[in-house]
Design a protein around this ligand. Structure first.
Ligand code: COA
Length: 262
């Protein structure tokens, strides 16, 4: 474990991988970890060579066991308030990322750990992963957006079941609930599997992907009629892109398109 560098960044072609690197503490989210995620998230947002971001955890036990409960023990009520605000400020660039963000859930994802995965656009789980929001069993509620995001993904009834019962789902159950998009085949590394699975994103048209994400996100906040108008605006951004012309040209020439993000 390194508290100087609690998150590591590696590059796999056009995909940036952020790894929570605090294996001895089950990759729990300390203040330093949140700050590192924020700094790296902002850096990657401005890096045109990066087409997608993967979040994962070091080791094979934990994606992230949530808040660093040892650090939290020494905190005052006000310290905790400040820490909860940090989740919002530091995860904002990943949350609003124009590049797709994928969680490769390599082990337990509990509390803030699952909330971190919920900030991502897509989730892939290792067969042994365990997902849950146990906060109410600790006398609190999910405070990093969990109560808001989980219901949008799995529906209200299941969100309440997860949070009120402190239920822990295994990977297959999470897949049935739609909480994860995919479970990696047994015996493969969830990171390798995720990188292979998201190749169409890494090779795809970034302007179209960003527009699709923005259009889908907008649908939560506005009535349908207004959402349909917004879709036109986002469509127009694609219409004006060189990538659209390249896709048509590639189709005519019976080859794969090469997208530049312009
Ligand atoms: N914060 C800080 N340290 C944590 C942690 C957390 N959230 N979760 C685990 N750890 C530490 C343990 O204290 C232990 O360290 P130690 O050996 O120095 O005491 C180490 O990680 C391994 O944990 P351990 O409980 O022995 O492993 P396990 O495989 O039996 O269980 C978990 C793993 C994640 C299921 C269990 O540790 C757990 O339930 N953690 C709390 C998760 C939680 O409730 N998070 C929500 C917070 S809102």
């Amino acid at each position: 474990m390194s508290d100087d560098a609690p998150v590591s960044l590696t590059r796999h072609g056009r995909v940036a991988v952020l790894t929570l690197d605090r294996e001895a503490r089950m990759n729990a989210l300390s203040r330093a970890t949140l700050l590192a995620l924020g700094r790296l998230g902002r850096e990657l947002a401005d890096d045109a060579s990066v087409r997608a971001i993967v979040l994962t955890g070091a080791g094979d036990k934990a994606f992230c066991a949530g808040a660093d409960l040892k650090e939290r023990q020494g905190m005052t009520e006000n310290d905790v308030r400040v820490q909860v605000d940090l989740y919002r400020s530091e995860l904002a660039s990943l949350d609003r990322s124009k590049k797709p963000v994928v969680a490769a859930i390599n082990g337990v994802a509990l509390g803030g750990g699952l909330e971190l995965a919920l900030v991502c656009d897509l989730r892939v789980a290792a067969p042994g992963a365990v997902l849950g929001l146990p906060e109410t069993t600790l006398g609190i509620i999910p405070g990093a957006g969990g109560t808001q995001r989980i219901a949008r993904i799995v529906g209200e009834a299941r969100a309440k079941e997860l949070i009120l019962l402190g239920r822990r789902l295994d990977a297959d159950e999470a897949l049935r609930w739609g909480l994860v998009n995919r479970v990696s085949p047994a015996g493969t590394s969830v990171l390798d599997d995720t990188l292979a699975w998201l190749a169409p994103i890494a090779d795809g048209a970034p302007i179209a992907q960003a527009a699709a994400l923005a259009a889908i996100e907008a649908s939560y906040d506005v009535p349908l009629a207004q959402g349909l108008e917004l879709e036109k605006v986002f469509y127009d951004a694609c219409l004006r892109s060189e990538d659209r012309v390249e896709a048509l040209r590639a189709f005519a020439e019976k080859r794969r398109p090469v997208f530049q993000g312009r």
